[in-house]
Design a protein around this ligand. Sequence first.
Ligand SMILES: [Zn+2]
Length: 325
Amino acid sequence: MKALIAKEAALTLEEREAPRLTSGEILVRVSACGLSREDLPGLLQAQGKIIGREITGIVKEAADARFEAFVGKRVVLIPYRTCEGCLYCRTNRKPLCESLVWQGYADTQGKQALDGGAAEWIKVWGAQALPVDDGLSDAQLGCVPVYAAALAAARKSEYLYAEHTAVLGSGALGLALAEVLRSMGSAAVLYIDEDKSRTEMAQSLGARCAKVLPEDGRVGYRTVFDTVCTASSQRTALELTREKGSVINCACGKEEVPYLLRDLNGERSICSVGGPQEKDYYDALRMLAAGRLSASFAGRAYSLADFDEAIKDLCHGAPRAVVMP
Ligand SMILES: [Zn+2]
């Protein structure tokens, strides 16, 4: 099968053997694999592996009877495996498991990845598949993992309902957050990003947009989501919180950020999000099916052979692109 592989600092299209199932696994014919712009560094770090962690497809085979009922069904995949036995795995906090491995993506802690979804076939554990009823397109379904990440971040805040929130750019996760926050009852969402097409998209999702701190930033935002996580975005985030807000970091930057303790004066805090849990994937899928989320940033679709066009698109600022193997 054709597969998109991360090699050194680039991606190459190679011929690979189709995966062979072992106990508990299912084989999925991939129909779409989304690539989000903020994921690019992590996709490239999945050295020697098939990239891509936003995966939709149809189950073709199950290794054992447990998942036989999935065969023929459309599914969205939860793109990671964990040990299933540690305290975190047993208490619904799987993203914190020390053995967590992403499919098609390597996080900044240098953990090795498993093969991802930018190929004709992928094998996963049966429990990683969420069956989909119908009525949703492959492009819409591909946005479920991004919405799941947005939901995981939104759930870190106790103060969404009727409070003002802010989102700092700059890609699919920022846009998904703007939409999820409105959908969860945030009074107003401020979206800060430099890019014109993205701010227009955020506006259409119900956010107010700005390139820099708005003059009424003095009001103070109860929760500020930083999807960029650089020294400059952290400074902006802290300024927006004023005296009683929380900054929620949704990315793992490597930049050194100088803080003063007085930056956290009043009742301010900074915290980070571990990653989406199974319930976040499930709820994102249900919200999408119910029409509460639009998937309007799904991006253009490319064949696997045209992957370099998709990557070019992302490098030129598109929040997302989709490859259809
Ligand atoms: Zn575990």
